[in-house]
Design a protein around this ligand. Structure first.
Ligand code: 5GP
Length: 114
């Protein structure tokens, strides 16, 4: 099976600005930032999207969210606040079929999203 774009970033085959990594997840700056801080955090072992997650992914998903909060903290976003986003499928705006959580901060966010 061919590797996803984010697997290739996670393994270092494609360069990215990595801000955090461990044995389960990798966080790196988005190539097309939508906020002063825009980081993506992904599991090393791909899950296509949140709708495809299964019970066995519980631990990875919990780790991903805890590390997203840690990355936001280390990026200086705790005081001002930030947004975590997971896009799922066509209407959700998903473009890369490897589950990823966007960490966006450094400016006020509007609601609802466009
Ligand atoms: P999605 O729309 O699937 O939720 O988000 C995919 C994100 O991946 C987009 O924000 C896009 O800018 C980012 N992205 C796409 N290709 C690359 C890449 O090669 N490197 C990095 N760092 N980000 C990428």
């Amino acid at each position: 099976m061919s590797e996803t774009l984010f697997e290739r970033i996670a393994s270092g085959q494609i360069a990215a600005s990595v801000v955090y990594e461990d044995e389960v997840v990798v966080a790196f700056r988005d190539i097309n930032p939508q906020a002063p801080v825009h980081v993506l955090i992904v599991p090393r072992d791909p899950i296509p999207r949140i709708a495809a997650a299964v019970e066995e992914d519980r631990e990875v998903l919990g780790h991903l969210l805890l590390k997203a909060a840690q990355v936001a903290r280390t990026c200086g976003l705790d005081e001002g606040g930030y947004r975590l986003v997971i896009n799922n499928g066509r209407n959700g705006g998903e473009t890369v079929p490897h589950l990823h959580c966007h960490i966006l901060g450094g400016r006020p966010m509007s609601w609802p999203p466009g």
